[in-house]
Design a protein around this ligand. Structure first.
Ligand code: ACM
Ligand code: ZN
Length: 544
């Protein structure tokens, strides 16, 4: 009865002629606390104003984002003002809100208040409000039930990776990808910028990296062992100007870009440009195959370090990220075993084999530790793939655990920060259906939504050790992904499942409930013309 009365009241307040839609707090990722109240709702109409404190440019920008989001759903634009107004959506800083990314969203009949200790927290409150509003509400007034939402993320590092080396994607698409991160409350773009098959970042000191290294003249057709090659040129790189603009775009959306220069393996594109940096001197080709290759950087050659320091100096000049990913994965030791310079380095650095590691394993550790020292001196920290544990881990390194969770567990037990990206849960280049004949060609594997959702990143750790799990990320390698439509298909809606692993406390997670909420989010994907996968709809009908 009370509900009917409140709805009638709402109708009287807005006039009976306007189309009405109802907002709901069944969103992804699920907030930590949602308390609806039996009070009159707030009504958003085209006359509703969004306000921010005078002089607060960050909240002003958040207010503009909110206005844009409402416009995408309704077609009408809400005014943004720096003064108080009746019946408004108020964005404000409140030091009492917990957590630097936390927010409180309180809705009464009088106003909507979104508060955070920081503008970043308010941004996530804005994301929640945006997702509570129906995706399609053409010209409608929106009824928002009275509520108090108190929310903050479980993990600080909430990432998505993007490989632009195996195939290249335009900068406009990378911006769209960043928008998707923001929509899913994610805050890190791990940007994989160098690999065997293409070098994608302009380095002014080493122009051949892009002149030669960013152009691949042929590519293996189909699976890696097909023996057939096309003659299609795959090329492209981002200029430093484009990347600086991208950093700004990401920063506005509270996304930090962690650039990756993968070393000392996965370097064939660089070696094709500067063959003197390899143990054999080449010649090398920007790699037309997928996999792991024996030609890597020569660690015995001082020129290699001059090169890496030159490259990384420009990388850190473009990317303000405190963390720089320096790879370290899949580096065969074959060439180092044969190379006189590498063997001389092993001698002078007194790198010894023991039961656990070879001298060449320790040569890789030497390389990683030396680059770490270089970056630490510049105020930056390194992240490396979990192979950096196969030797002596660089003292301040953060480990990205991809071969499973074991690397992350080991690192956490040793007191190193780790990021969980175990491939059997987090490799979004894997198939999402068992019916692979109906899917575009993928690298293999099988990771449906439920599998992503089921990841518990701290399993196997004590409470104290679990504090070293910095966060979770999914990776998108693009050997078999050539178009932006295909990228969308592989990440949507699996990103939604990942978002809940990253954001929502485990006692709040419930897969069946998630499958209902994700359908609402998929309406937003649909509205924005995104090419999302629909397997969850079939899975859902099986669950019922
Ligand atoms: C990796 O997938 N090679 C990190
Ligand atoms: Zn060598």
């Amino acid at each position: 009865m009370r509900k009917i009365f409140l709805s009638l009241l709402a109708l009287l307040m807005i006039g009976c002629t306007d189309k009405q839609v109802m907002a709901g707090y069944d969103i992804v990722p699920l907030p930590q606390s949602v308390k609806t109240k039996q009070e009159a709702p707030f009504i958003i109409t085209k006359n509703t104003v969004i306000t921010y404190p005078e002089g607060d440019t960050l909240l002003q920008r958040n207010a503009k984002f909110l206005s844009e989001y409402v416009q995408h759903a309704t077609g009408y634009e809400l005014a943004v003002k720096n003064s108080t107004a009746q019946k408004s959506i108020v964005l404000d800083i409140n030091p009492e809100v917990k957590g630097k990314e936390g927010y409180r969203l309180v809705i009464t009949s009088q106003n909507i208040r979104i508060e955070g200790t920081t503008a970043k927290g308010v941004f996530y409150g804005v994301q929640t409000l945006r997702k509570a509003i129906p995706a399609v509400a053409d010209g409608a007034v929106i009824t928002l039930p009275s509520v108090e939402i108190v929310d903050s993320p479980r993990f600080e590092y909430r990432g998505m990776h993007l490989d632009v080396c195996r195939h290249f994607f335009p900068i406009e698409f990378v911006k769209e990808y960043i928008d998707l991160l923001a929509l899913h409350n994610m805050n890190i773009l791990h940007f994989h910028l160098s690999d065997d098959q293409g070098w994608r970042i302009e380095i002014k000191k080493y122009p051949k990296l892009t002149e030669v290294g960013s152009v691949r003249h042929r590519t293996v057709v189909g699976r890696i062992d097909s023996g057939k090659y096309d003659s299609i040129t795959v090329q492209g790189y981002y200029t430093q100007e484009q990347l600086r603009d991208l950093v700004q775009y990401a920063t506005e959306r509270y996304v930090n870009i962690v650039p990756e220069i993968d070393l000392p393996g996965h370097m064939l594109a660089a070696l094709a440009a500067y063959p003197e940096l390899g143990c054999t001197g080449g010649p090398y080709e920007v790699c037309p195959d997928w996999g792991v290759f024996t030609d890597v950087l020569c660690i015995g050659n001082e020129k290699t370090f001059e090169f890496l320091e030159g490259v990384l100096s420009e990388v850190i000049d473009i990317f303000p990220s405190k963390y720089i990913h320096i790879g370290g994965d899949e580096t065969p030791r074959d060439r180092w075993k044969e190379c006189l310079k590498c063997q001389a380095r092993i001698k002078t650095e007194r790198l010894k084999k023991d039961q656990r590691f070879t001298a060449e394993d320790r040569l890789q550790s030497y390389c990683m530790a030396r680059i770490e020292r270089f970056l630490n001196k510049k105020g930056r920290c390194i992240i490396g793939w979990d192979e950096i544990l196969d030797g002596d881990i660089a003292p301040n390194a953060t480990v990205m655990s991809w071969r499973g969770s074991e690397g992350g567990i080991k690192a956490a037990q040793m007191g190193h920060k780790s990021i969980m990206v175990p491939h059997m849960y987090c490799y979004f280049d894997y198939y999402q259906s068992k019916d692979t004949d109906k899917e575009p060609l993928a690298i293999g594997g099988y990771i449906p939504m439920e599998k992503v959702y089921s990841l518990e990143p701290t399993t196997g750790l004590t409470q104290e050790q679990a504090k070293f799990i910095w966060g979770v990320q999914a990776n998108l390698w693009t050997e078999y992904i050539t178009t932006t439509d295909h990228i969308e298909y592989m990440v949507l809606p699996r990103m939604a499942a990942l978002a809940e692993v990253q954001w929502t406390q485990p006692d709040r997670k419930d897969y069946k409930n998630f499958t209902c909420r994700v359908l609402k989010l998929m309406k937003l994907y649909e509205r924005d013309g995104l090419n999302y996968a629909e397997h969850i709809c079939e899975e859902k009908s099986e669950l019922q």
